[in-house]
Each structure stands twice: as C-alpha cells, then as structure tokens.
Design a protein around this ligand. Structure first.
Ligand code: HEC
Length: 158
C-alpha cells in the first residue's frame, strides 16, 4: 500500500514538473513576430519614461514630497525596468527601430549598461524606502544618468 502511494506521489511529481517545463517553454516563446518584440520593448521603455517623468516635479521641488506615492511609483518603475531586455531578440535586429546595431554587436557593452542601470534602480528603491528627499534626488539623478548613458551609445537619435 505504502509503495503504491509512493509510486503515485512520484508520478504526480513527474507530471507536475513536466507540465511546469511545458508551461515555461510556452512562456519563452514570447513573440510571434520580430516586430512584436520591438513593440514590446518600446512599450516598456515608454512606461518607464512615464514613471520617471511623473516624479520630476517632486525632485525639482515643484510638488510636495509624498513618500508613499513615490514609493509606490518606484515599485512600478522597478518592475518595468526588468522588461525591455527580453524584447531585444536576435531576429528583431533587422526590424527598423531606434536600437543601434551595437546592441547586438556589442552585447557585453549593452549588458554592462543594463547592469549599471539595475544598480542605480536598486539604490532608487532604497532611497524611496528611506523617505529622505535628498537621498531620493541623488538616486533619481543616477538612474536618469544611467538611462542617458545607454541611450548615448545604443539608441539612435531621431
Ligand atoms: C541598457 C540600455 C538602456 C537603458 C538602461 C535605458 N534605455 Fe531607453 N532605450 C534603449 C534603446 C536601445 C532604445 C531604442 C529601442 C527601440 O527603438 O526599439 C530605447 C528607447 C527608449 C524610449 C523610446 C521608446 C519608443 O517608443 O521608441 C524611451 C522613452 C526610453 N528608452 C526611456 C528610458 C528611460 C526613462 C530609461 C531609464 C529609466 C531608459 N530608457 C533606460 C536603451 C536603454
């Protein structure tokens, strides 16, 4: 009886992990067309721009500092900051966009620019948690600089 139960349990475990890998597989086949990947990354960047921009009045001292609202906005920005990179698929290289060919030819440099940006984002989250406006200002400036640094190298000017 015990053996039957154990066998049944291991069968369930195998079935679950199989279903899990199938699920993960379908999640990886993210884009039906290369154009969809471009649209995806551009949409993520557009949202990032929006959630950076809406904090600017507070940073500039033109609007009162609402620590909870900033914290919530930074949490959204943090989630968004992980999204665009999956959209730089190899087959989207030939689709017309503002991404320079360097994104693919200098993949290590592009990754380094992402890492720098991720580091700045981690500090922005900590600054937003601290509730200290001066820390927030400094961290916001560093994030903005890391957006710009990547754009200077990897994004074509229109
Ligand atoms: C590691 C590089 C990198 C970082 C970091 C980065 N970007 Fe970009 N960004 C790009 C590239 C490349 C494009 C061009 C994408 C395209 O046209 O497909 C782009 C495009 C954009 C666009 C235009 C999207 C569109 O609709 O065409 C906006 C807005 C933008 N980025 C905002 C930001 C903001 C705000 C940050 C920081 C919070 C940021 N980016 C950080 C590389 C980066």
């Amino acid at each position: 009886m015990r053996r039957i139960i154990l066998k049944t349990l291991s069968l369930i475990a195998v079935t679950c992990s199989l279903a899990g890998s199938l699920w993960a597989g379908s999640a990886h086949a993210q884009f039906a067309k290369p154009e969809d990947a471009v649209k995806y990354r551009q949409s993520a960047f557009t949202l990032m721009g929006s959630h950076m921009g809406r904090m600017q009045p507070v940073i500039k001292g033109q609007a009162p500092y609402d620590a909870a609202a900033i914290k919530a906005n930074v949490a959204i920005l943090k989630t968004l900051s992980g999204l665009p990179w999956a959209g730089f698929t190899a087959d989207s290289k030939s689709v017309s966009s503002s991404a320079k060919p360097d994104v693919w030819s200098d993949a290590a440099g592009f990754k380094a620019a992402q890492d720098k940006f991720n580091g700045a984002m981690t500090k922005l989250v900590a600054a937003a948690d601290s509730g200290d406006l001066e820390k927030l200002r400094a961290a916001y400036g560093d994030v903005g600089a890391s957006c710009k640094a990547c754009h200077d190298t990897f994004r074509a000017k229109k």
